[in-house]
Design a protein. Structure first.
Ligand SMILES: [Fe+2]
Length: 159
């Protein structure tokens, strides 16, 4: 099948997002301090391991459709919707977890858009890949929200 330009642009924006998120999670993995150090240090690592798998799947799906995934840090920064910042000011454990929740919500909501888009275009394989990614992120979102004693942030857009 021929993948639309809109789907390719969407997928590439996600390549940028997951590329950035991968590094950002390392920042938290390295700098986290406090009573939950052992838990969070390990949990952030688990999440960046998941993120790198999703990044790779999306980039390779683009290549299978003659797309050109971004492959430099500069491109990731230019095209990501997530934001990062240098670690110049200490963050509490809870601030880090809240940042991860906020980013997961952004990623999840963008995946829902991509799921709709690929469904409309009959791009079943990409659709399936995005649903699998969403299933992983939903679970992570539940983990991190529960850590803070919070309910899940509801989806603003439908599955
Ligand atoms: Fe490590």
């Amino acid at each position: 099948m021929t993948q639309s330009k809109t789907t390719k642009t969407f997928l590439n924006q996600q390549v940028a997002n997951y590329g950035l998120f991968y590094t950002k999670l390392h920042q938290f993995h390295w700098y986290v301090k406090g009573h939950n150090f052992f838990t969070l240090h390990e949990k952030f690592e688990e999440l960046y391991d998941q993120v790198t798998l999703i990044l790779d799947d999306i980039a390779e799906r683009l290549l299978q459709n003659n797309g050109q995934p971004y492959s430099t840090l500069q491109e990731f920064l230019e095209h990501a919707t997530l934001k990062e910042r240098p670690y110049t000011k200490a963050m509490t454990e809870d601030e880090m977890v809240q940042t991860v929740i906020d980013d997961l919500v952004t990623l999840r909501d963008e995946l829902v858009e991509g799921i709709k888009l690929t469904d409309e275009e009959g791009d079943d394989v990409t659709n399936d890949m995005l649903i699998a990614a969403k299933s992983k992120l939903d679970k992570e979102l539940w983990f991190f929200s529960s850590f803070l004693g919070k309910d899940q942030v509801p989806q603003t857009n439908a599955d």
